[in-house]
Design a protein around this ligand. Structure first.
Ligand SMILES: OC[C@H]1NNC[C@@H](O)[C@@H]1O
Ligand SMILES: [Ca+2]
Length: 446
């Protein structure tokens, strides 16, 4: 490092989590059954038979966790709201006690001087809505907008930084293409409709926010730079499909007004014609884009691998416990690509981090040098993007706590803070101490 990086004084340093991954207490205080509660209890869906019945017990230990955030020097905390606590059946009957948890959480964060950054939907929602057709049902957009509107009013004055959806691509790919997430049954023909309704719901929620919210609202997407395994035309074509499918499917409509033409090639006869007025709605302007970055993928042509007909070519490089290649420059690639192709809106890295097989705590310490190196290299890449003029406003490490990594269960540890199960004992890792120094020095220690 020639010159020490220096991040802007108003750069927002945080850490992120999501409701089902950390809260536990899935049915407490009148909460309804969620899609993830039901799915995780279906045998064979989650590694080791894990589920979120306890998770990090954050629903009950949130004050302790806010104290941890203060010790880490966090300026902001990104969390998600569990829809099924608010509307147990998805819509209609409001559950005040469920809402109350998020009022308490927001008040405690504000009292601690930590900016609450709420995501309205991070994959968990009332199972009843899946039973009524889920995101593939056209009315799901309005269900979401009504839920969002209720939250904007209820948390008005407490939460000023909102995101509508977390990674809609994962909801569609894992839920409707792979079947690895709820609803859990591959349904290629439904996937384009689910994606479309997620985007319509996002836009309707932004419109509701304009009418009766206060602050900033944005969308959070996962991005993964794609590279071709060779210059062969079939690998170049696979690259175009893979890139469109993962990185452009949602951003092209919200910023450019239409889907990538590769989508019709990928879905063939299952690719619908959508009403023109939908695209006008989906372009509803919002205030920031959140980017979740983990890794890149090198792809080759693979005709048998439907629907994208691509396959990953594993690289000789360091990989995380998720078998994701460690590729720090990919974070800068994502940030500059969004600025160049889509928008000069403010950007946030709303998730970045790594799972490694951390050792247990010894004398109150957890040595996680590989996570320290991962954070250092990715923060350097983020700073490089800033230096090139990207309007990067903040960075949220994934995750504050080790937690329920969806179908992988608790075996994949992404936390800056170790959680020992089932006691729930929290132990800040070396990476947490490193991150605190990064925040204090505004990046000078990188
Ligand atoms: O896989 C790590 C993270 N990726 N983005 C969404 C989060 O819920 C995941 O835990
Ligand atoms: Ca208001």
């Amino acid at each position: 490092m020639t010159t020490k990086p220096s991040f802007p004084a108003d750069f927002l340093w945080g850490a992120a989590t999501s409701a089902y991954q950390i809260e536990g207490s899935p049915l407490a205080d009148g909460a309804g059954v969620s899609n993830w509660h039901r799915f995780a209890h279906r045998p064979g869906t989650i590694a080791h038979g894990d589920h979120g019945d306890t998770a990090c017990d954050h629903y009950r230990r949130y004050e302790e966790d806010i104290q941890l955030m203060r010790e880490l020097g966090l300026q902001a905390y990104r969390f998600s709201i569990a829809w099924h606590r608010i509307f147990p059946e998805g819509r209609g009957r409001l559950n005040p006690k469920g809402l109350d948890f998020y009022l308490r959480l927001a008040d405690a964060l504000n009292n601690a001087g930590i900016v609450p950054c709420a995501t309205l939907h991070h994959w968990d929602w009332p199972a009843a809505l899946d039973d009524q057709g889920g995101w593939a049902h056209r009315d799901s957009a309005q269900w979401f907008a009504d839920y969002a509107h209720t939250l904007f009013r209820a948390l008005d004055g407490r939460v000023k930084h909102w995101a509508t959806l977390n990674e809609p691509w994962v909801i569609v790919h894992a839920g409707y293409i792979e079947g690895a997430h709820p609803p859990g049954v591959p349904a290629f023909a439904k996937a384009p409709h689910a994606a479309h309704n997620l985007l319509r719901g996002h836009a309707l929620a932004v419109q509701a926010f304009r009418a009766d919210g206060a602050g900033q609202i944005g969308l959070v997407v996962n991005l993964e730079p794609k590279f071709a395994a060779s210059a062969k035309p079939e690998d170049q074509a696979a690259l175009a499909r893979s890139h469109a499918y993962m990185n452009r499917w949602f951003l092209d409509p919200v910023f450019l007004g239409g889907y990538p033409e590769e989508m019709a090639d990928i879905f063939g006869a299952d690719w619908p014609r959508f009403p023109e007025e939908d695209f006008k709605l989906i372009r509803e302007p919002f205030d920031f884009l959140g980017i979740n970055y983990y890794s890149r993928t090198v792809v080759r042509d693979e005709p048998a691998n439907l629907p994208v007909r691509d396959a990953r070519v594993r690289q000789r490089a360091e990989h995380t416990a998720m078998d994701w290649e460690v590729f720090p420059e990919g974070l800068k690639t994502c940030l500059t690509w969004v600025k160049q192709r889509y928008t000069t809106l403010p950007l946030y890295v709303t998730e970045n981090g790594a799972a490694f097989a951390d050792p247990p705590a010894v004398a109150g310490r957890v040595a996680d040098p590989r996570r320290v190196a991962y954070l250092r290299d990715h923060l350097r890449a983020a700073h490089a993007a800033l230096a090139e003029g990207v309007d990067l406003k903040g960075y949220f490490a994934w995750s504050l706590l080790d937690n329920f990594e969806w179908a992988h269960g608790y075996g994949k540890r992404f936390g800056l803070v170790r959680v020992d199960y089932p006691t729930g004992t929290r132990t800040p890792k070396d990476s947490a101490r490193f991150y605190r120094r990064v925040i204090e020095s505004r990046g000078a220690v990188l």
